[in-house]
Design a protein around this ligand. Structure first.
Ligand SMILES: Nc1ncnc2c1ncn2[C@@H]1O[C@H](COP(=O)(O)OP(=O)(O)OP(=O)(O)O)[C@@H](O)[C@H]1O
Length: 403
């Protein structure tokens, strides 16, 4: 039997449209029916979660992930359709709601655990463990109002795991806390998983979803875009098929970036012009989102208005903050180009993208051997990298531990 059955779920939010500020408006408004704008947050969602399964839910901001989880947790009612939950459910949503700022950490743990259904005796037995797990032993008698939001979520998470769940609903819990705490949370989740607890896991951390979830559901603007094997669904999200990343949208983004940047980000005598730059993913499709460690090809299209002898093509990669992370050119890679004329393209083939996560900007240039620019596009192109590793930092250094 499935632990959770979701059938044809719809959720329509009604947002009050009108503000009646004047006496006249209030008076006339009484006679008029109230007006609303509606927003379709979920549109026909269907899936089952098997017992003992870990299901991931991913999608852009606002795609309906939290709404779906809240309906599953019975915090929100669906407009249409139904959710059948066949086991005891423990929602790890809105963790820490109910915390009292004027209570100490220990007092809050006691109150919160009571709300979550843990008995008084159990709470007293486990209080030290909870505080230790949260890394807050020293703060047991400090008032919560002096805690950072990260400390509060750690405390809430540590308390919540003391319940004895059969189904766990988790929303972005791992977004809070440092790496060490996130790892501890994942360890607990893995332990639950091994014990056969059913888990629904919403996260923007695709690396964690990939490692943790058996199957994954992809939402886009409230619509179920894909459901299936986690690796395939993440690829679909990252590499397209998610509607939001159509080649046109990508093109428009680039055109916009160019318009906004021109003319100070483009210079050169234009004897050769950079006609376009495209990024290609491991499937050979154009896109601007890639998994770290995947292959990527950067294709530079040029238009040479006359025969150009010995041109040099180059790129430079920048972080969002503007740090220059990497640069290379055809000269440095010992590729001598005798001449070019008319239109054509050159590929920079990256076998393995060793940067971890973030948005990156690319400068593309064509210049002569003596560094006279023909066409220079300064940070005019961008792409996003999605994490697939738990290592920290910005890029991979190939290494291994030996004892
Ligand atoms: N109570 C509400 N009233 C009106 N609109 C709402 C309400 N709650 C959510 N929405 C809207 O529904 C859409 C889906 O929101 P939801 O929080 O489920 O998305 P999400 O995928 O969890 O996003 P994120 O990744 O940013 O948390 C959003 O456009 C949001 O503004």
């Amino acid at each position: 039997m499935a632990a959770i059955e979701v059938e044809n779920l719809h959720k329509l939010f009604r947002i009050p449209h009108e503000k009646r500020n004047t006496v006249f408006e209030s008076l006339t408004g009484v006679l008029r029916p109230p007006q609303y704008e509606t927003f379709q947050a979920l549109n026909g969602i269907n899936f089952d979660v098997d017992e003992g399964e870990a299901l991931g839910i991913i999608g852009e901001n606002g795609s309906g992930k939290s709404t779906l989880l809240k309906i599953m947790a019975n915090i929100l009612r669906p407009t249409k359709g139904r959710v059948k939950v066949n086991r005891r459910i423990t929602p790890f949503l809105e963790l820490g709601v109910g915390f009292q700022p004027n209570f100490t950490a220990s007092e809050n743990v006691r109150t919160y655990a009571t709300i979550m259904g843990v008995s008084k005796r159990e709470i007293e037995d486990k209080l030290d463990d909870v505080l230790e797990f949260a890394g807050l032993e020293k703060f047991r008698d400090a008032k919560l109002k002096n805690f950072s939001s990260g400390m509060q979520v750690r405390l809430a998470f540590s308390t919540a795991i003391q319940t004895d769940p059969e189904i766990l609903l988790m929303d972005e819990v791992l977004a809070v806390g440092d790496m060490e705490f996130q790892q501890k949370c994942l360890d607990v989740l893995n332990q639950y998983r091994n014990e056969g607890v059913t888990i629904v896991f919403v996260s923007h951390d695709l690396g964690a979803v990939r490692r943790f979830c058996d199957r994954t559901l992809l939402l886009n603007k409230g619509v179920q875009v894909a459901l299936g094997n986690t690796g395939d669904v993440i690829d679909r999200y990252v590499y397209g098929g998610n509607e939001l990343q159509t080649p046109e949208a990508h093109e428009n983004e680039q055109v916009k970036a160019e318009e906004e940047a021109a003319p100070k980000n483009r210079w050169g005598d234009k004897q050769v012009e950079i006609a376009n730059v495209e990024f290609y993913d491991k499937f050979g499709n154009p896109g601007s989102r890639f998994n770290s460690f995947d292959p990527v090809t950067i294709r530079i299209f040029y238009q040479a208005h006359k025969k150009i002898l010995g041109p040099v093509f180059g790129i430079a990669l920048y972080s969002e903050k503007g740090d220059n992370l990497y640069g290379t050119n055809t000269d440095l890679k010992n590729l001598t180009i005798d001449s070019i004329e008319g239109s054509g393209y050159i590929d920079l083939v990256i076998d393995r993208l060793t940067i971890f996560t973030g948005r990156f900007f690319l400068t593309v240039a064509i210049h002569s051997h003596d560094h006279k620019p023909y066409d220079w596009h300064d940070k005019l192109y961008s792409f996003d990298v999605m994490p697939t590793t738990r290592d920290a930092g910005l890029f991979e250094i190939p290494c291994s531990w030996k004892l």
